[in-house]
Structure formats: structure tokens, C-alpha cells
Design a protein around this ligand. Structure first.
Ligand SMILES: [Zn+2]
Length: 340
């Protein structure tokens, strides 16, 4: 028993940290040998929703024990009669690191699937000859705290704080709030007071596999009466891209920004939503992106508000509600596609 547990742990650790390659199990009835129980394994995708289906040969009776892990699925299958170890090949595609079977004793199998992304369980369904488990990739939110290090951004003329510091504070508070929901993964382009070039920010956002990028800034205006939050997306034209991928990304950016702008007036005044091109290079990541000016620190009221934890909490909730609404809507409109 202890030997089995150690073996299992080793296999599991191996699967989580290495690229495990396992091919689709593709045995068919005609070649079925005595003791073969698994007919096929398949993984299908519908946007961020995945279905893992294990099909068994008819009249194979099994008792499953299923564990949903943060990065995969583990299953123990007990059969009434001795079973063969299903054949394994190679697979490393999309979200999948790999999956394989292990034999335990004469009549039990362990199935382990390792994934490259964190997932959340949606539902499971058993029939007499199949197990279907649905899970969902957690959306990854890239939070970009504007400026940092040698680039301080603007400065409040009143409380004398710097844009680079307040954007980092809000970025960290937003990250904590998103992680607390357990529905999101978060990548920060910087988590300390460091200078990160625009190209490096874009690189960090892309390598983080983000689904939405939120770049945080504060505004500054010569007219100290001007105040409020603004939300920017890339303009539809003027950046030279006209391909479908760009249009789809822009559609998502605008959709998210629309939801976000909808939640903000309850909190504070919102400025006219304009398109400005100077800071917007960060939005060119191929990820749906928005840039938020969280207030004008050149205005005494806004400058004070940004120091209020309660105000920041309200802004963070607006972002959270907008994200929830955005992903719910995207899930509803997505089409089903089979990738494997
Ligand atoms: Zn800025």
C-alpha cells in the first residue's frame, strides 16, 4: 500500500513538472483483447470549457474515484475482473501536458491527466460505459501597473505621491481580490518598484497567456478642475492592423470596456471616453486590453480619493463585476469545437 502511494506520488510529481507525452488511446472493439477495458479517451474544447471523456467497452463495470486537481485530473478505477494497462503514446497539445494510465494490482487503473493551466471543475457525468468530466480554464488577467523604477509617471501636486506607486498598490489589491474569487488566474507585469520597458511588459503579458489585460494609470491635466476615471481601448483604425484576429481582440476589448464603464458611474464621475495613442502601445498585445486612468491626480479631490482604500475597493469591484459579466457573455456566445 505504502509502495503504491509512493509510486503514485512520484508519477504525479513527474506529471506536474515535466512534459508528459501521452497519445490518444485509440483501441477499437475489433482489436479488443481479453482484459482491455478502455475504448477511448478524448478531450474536446468549447472556448474555455473542456470535456474529458473516457469510454469503456460495454459490460465493463467499474467504480470510479475522481479527484480534480488544480492542474489536472486524477482518477482511480476499480474493475470487477483483471484488466490490461491501456496503451499509451504521445500527446502534448493545447492545454494538455499529457495523460496516461497506471496499473494498480490486477483489477485497478489510475488515470492521470496533467494540464498546463489551472482549471476549475464544472460537472461530471457517469454512464454505464463512460465518464465525462467538464472543467474550465480559469481566465488569466494580466494586470499592468503603469510606470515604475526610474519612470515615476506623474506626481500628485497635493499629497506628493507618485503615479508609479499608486498604480502598483491598486495592481496588488486587484490581484488579491481576483485570486480570492478563485475564478481567475493573475499575472502582474511588475510586482515591485522596477522599470519595465513597454516591450517587456507586452512580452510578459503574452507569455502569461492572458485573456484580458488591464493597464493601470492615473491622469494628469493642466486644468485642475478636470477629474474622473477614463477607460481606453485601441482605436478601430490607425494602427495598421485589419486582420480578423485583431478585429476580434478589439471587439472583446470594447465589450469589456463597455461593461467596466457601466459599473463605474456608481462609484465616481467618469470622464469622456476618448482614444489617446501615446500610452496605448501596451494595448497592442493581441490580448483584449484596456487602459484605465484611475483618476486625475492633478485634481485635489481625485488625488485624495486615490489614497482612500474604500474608493480603491469600489474601483476593484467595478473591474471584478465587469470581468464576471464579460466572461459569462463570452461563454454563452462561444461555439463548440472539437480539438482532439
Ligand atoms: Zn501613466
Amino acid at each position: 500500500m505504502i509502495k503504491n502511494i509512493i509510486k503514485l506520488l512520484l508519477v504525479f510529481i513527474f506529471a506536474m513538472f515535466c512534459e508528459v507525452d501521452a497519445q490518444l488511446y485509440s483501441d477499437h472493439g475489433a482489436n479488443r483483447a481479453k482484459g482491455d477495458v478502455v475504448e477511448s479517451v478524448s478531450l474536446t474544447q468549447e472556448d474555455d470549457l473542456y470535456d474529458l471523456t473516457i469510454k469503456f467497452y460495454k459490460k465493463v463495470s467499474f467504480v470510479p474515484r475522481i479527484h480534480i486537481l488544480p492542474n489536472g485530473i486524477q482518477m482511480f478505477l476499480s474493475f470487477k475482473k483483471p484488466v490490461n494497462l491501456p496503451k499509451i503514446g504521445k500527446q502534448n497539445q493545447g492545454i494538455l501536458k499529457g495523460y496516461f494510465f497506471e496499473k494498480f494490482g490486477n483489477s485497478s487503473l489510475m488515470f492521470l491527466m496533467a494540464l498546463k493551466q489551472k482549471v476549475e471543475f464544472v460537472k461530471k457525468k457517469y454512464t454505464k460505459d463512460s465518464i465525462k468530466i467538464s472543467f474550465r480554464k480559469k481566465p488569466t488577467i494580466v494586470i499592468d501597473a503603469g510606470h515604475g523604477g526610474k519612470d515615476p509617471g506623474t506626481q500628485s501636486p497635493y499629497e506628493k505621491y507618485l503615479e508609479k506607486n499608486i498604480t502598483l498598490i491598486i495592481a496588488v489589491e486587484l490581484r488579491n481580490a481576483l485570486l480570492k474569487t478563485n475564478h481567475y488566474e493573475v499575472v502582474l507585469t511588475r510586482d515591485k518598484d522596477e522599470f519595465v520597458s513597454l516591450d517587456d511588459r507586452i512580452e510578459r503579458a503574452k507569455s502569461g497567456n492572458g485573456d484580458i489585460l488591464i493597464s493601470l494609470h492615473t491622469d494628469y491635466n493642466k486644468d485642475t478642475n478636470l477629474r474622473g476615471i477614463s477607460v481606453y481601448t485601441l482605436p478601430s483604425h490607425g494602427f495598421g492592423e485589419s486582420d480578423n484576429k485583431f478585429n476580434e481582440t478589439l471587439r472583446k476589448s470594447k465589450q469589456f470596456s463597455k461593461f467596466l464603464v457601466g459599473y463605474i458611474p456608481n462609484l465616481c464621475k467618469i470622464k469622456h471616453q476618448a482614444c489617446r495613442s501615446s500610452d496605448l502601445k501596451i494595448l497592442k498585445t493581441n490580448i483584449p486590453s484596456i487602459l484605465m486612468e484611475l483618476g486625475c491626480i492633478s485634481n485635489s479631490k481625485d488625488s485624495k480619493l486615490l489614497l482612500s482604500k474604500l474608493f480603491r475597493k469600489k474601483v476593484i469591484y467595478a473591474i471584478l463585476y465587469a470581468l464576471d459579466e464579460f466572461f459569462e457573455k463570452e461563454r454563452k456566445t462561444s461555439k463548440r469545437q472539437v480539438v482532439r
